[in-house]
Design a protein around this ligand. Structure first.
Ligand SMILES: Cc1cc2nc3c(=O)[nH]c(=O)nc-3n(C[C@H](O)[C@H](O)[C@H](O)COP(=O)(O)OP(=O)(O)OC[C@H]3O[C@@H](n4cnc5c(N)ncnc54)[C@H](O)[C@@H]3O)c2cc1C
Length: 457
């Protein structure tokens, strides 16, 4: 008999799980509380402009193997606008620093541009050596030990200098981990550092259409039954909806956000339509953004397919946005316009013809000390970006968790299959260092004496 699986939540985790199980021959019902698919990666048509916008601008990178495989399955992988030539454009006060990969092997490929761009004395750059070595040696079984430490304490204990912390790490933590450095888990930061510096030519890409247009309608066409505007209130031999309907199922996979206490990382995402073209750049970021509002900026007129001749439409994210919560939309628009002008001076003279501000209470759970060890593994009943996928909470983690949950269900249904891909091993010198044997297996870290474990949240 064909087994029936109910999946709760139609974000990336639920959709990826649903497509994989349908492909494997199971019957799937996907149940979503909202009126549209996509969850935190949802998109809609903005009524004023007629343009499709997302909850907030998203970026993916070339090592998102599960997400890219999912798009491949749906036939939309070519709708990513890749930026292979330029990793990232950083705005450092008056200066613009472009980070590009040199031909040096990972983890050295960005070093020439970092030396030139940071203008930091060599001793500050060299103060990163120990933490880089430890990131290269990082393995998942180091997480329980490292997760007790705050990232800032840990960097200091490893000798990273204050200028290096201010120039690089404070920015990296806020923009990649979604928390200020002093709130971040050392395990979470080191894992991501190891993944980003270990892969040859890693580069970013952006959806050339609305984000959810990459996957939501295509996935819904594959899955047998999608029920929208239906809130699941109980799981009991299937699911019970808020209106009392019972949907019987052999298996139920929940992809809901964590039900235990977490600290959410809130965002305010800003979309500004300008009356003129401001830049040909696609993506840039403000260093020192923890003292300003926005961190990352995307000129969609240079990203979206067929929008090249349009005036600029700049989307940006205010990350860990508590400092913006009391501001009015008008003040956020004015401050964002000023910040865009730091990179594209024309913005100061341009007119904002339309603005959308999305206030988002939880983008991801904050990776605070203790939180990494608390992530449960994806299972036949549980998926979601926040489960333990050995990845930061992200689109890639969501898809991977959905595929891992599908693997568990298929095993129970007697049709085992391998679906989820692990992170690729590191390349170049990074790969060699990663393979070096450990003196004491499972204990790569002699805990630096001055890093104090943080209490669990
Ligand atoms: C502004 C913003 C920017 C981001 N930037 C990036 C980025 O650049 N790169 C990146 O990789 N990731 C980014 N992310 C994170 C990424 O979007 C998420 O990690 C991912 O989409 C989470 O998918 P999910 O399926 O695990 O969870 P969700 O998308 O949250 O899906 C859960 C679904 O369950 C539904 N639901 C909840 N309760 C019920 C119920 N009782 N009954 C039925 N349905 C229910 C919800 O409505 C939702 O649709 C960003 C997120 C935001 C919001």
């Amino acid at each position: 008999m064909v087994q029936h699986v109910a999946i709760v939540g139609a974000g990336l985790a639920g959709l990826a799980c649903g497509v994989a199980l349908t492909d494997a021959g199971l019957r799937v019902t996907l149940i979503e509380r909202e009126e549209r698919l996509g969850g935190r990666a949802r998109s809609w048509t903005d009524a004023t402009s007629g343009d499709v916008i997302d909850l907030g601008p998203h970026v993916l990178h070339s090592e998102y193997r599960n997400m890219l495989g999912f798009l491949e399955r749906l036939g939309t992988r070519d709708l990513i606008h890749w930026q292979p030539d330029n990793l990232i454009t950083l705005v450092d006060g008056e200066r613009v620093v472009r980070l590009r990969h040199s031909p040096l092997p990972p983890p050295l490929s960005l070093l020439p541009d970092l030396v030139r761009g940071s203008r930091l004395p060599l001793r500050d750059l060299a103060s990163n050596n120990r933490v880089t070595w430890r990131a290269l040696r990082f393995r998942e079984d180091d997480v329980p030990e490292l997760d007790q430490f705050g990232a800032l304490d840990y960097l200091r204990a490893l000798g990273v200098s204050q200028p290096m912390i201010e120039w690089f790490w404070a920015f990296a933590s806020l923009s990649v981990m979604n928390v200020p450095l002093e709130r971040c888990s050392a395990a979470a930061l080191l894992r991501v550092h190891s993944q980003l510096i270990g892969h040859r030519g890693l580069h970013f890409g952006f959806p050339a259409v609305g984000l959810a247009e990459l996957f939501a309608p295509q996935a819904a066409r594959v899955i047998d039954r999608v029920v929208l505007r239906a809130e699941v209130v109980a799981i009991e031999k299937g699911v019970v909806l808020a209106d009392g309907t019972h949907i019987a199922a052999d298996h139920v996979v929940s992809t809901l956000p964590p039900q235990h206490e977490i600290e959410p990382s809130p965002y305010v995402s800003v979309y500004l339509w300008f009356d003129r073209k401001l830049t040909r750049e696609r993506f840039w970021a403000l260093l020192g953004a923890e003292k300003r509002l926005n961190t990352d900026f995307y000129d969609l007129s240079n990203i979206r397919r067929g929008w090249g001749e349009r005036p600029s439409i700049v989307a940006s994210n205010i990350i860990y946005s508590h400092r913006a919560h009391r501001m009015s939309n008008e003040d956020i628009v004015a401050a964002t316009q000023r910040e865009i002008a730091q990179f594209a001076p024309q913005a100061a003279y341009a007119r904002v013809t339309h603005a959308v501000i999305n206030r988002i209470p939880m983008v991801i759970p904050c990776p605070v000390p203790g939180s990494e060890s608390a992530r449960p593994a994806p299972s036949a009943t549980l998926a979601g970006d926040w489960t333990n996928t050995a990845l930061p909470s992200s689109m890639e983690s969501a898809v991977r968790s959905g595929l891992m949950a599908a693997e568990h269900v298929l095993r129970l249904a007697g049709r085992p299959r391998e679906l989820a891909l692990p992170m690729r091993p590191s390349d170049g010198l990074a790969g060699l260092v990663q393979k070096l044997p450990r003196a004491v297996p499972g204990r790569a870290w002699r805990t630096p004496p001055t890093a104090r474990p943080r209490a669990r949240p």
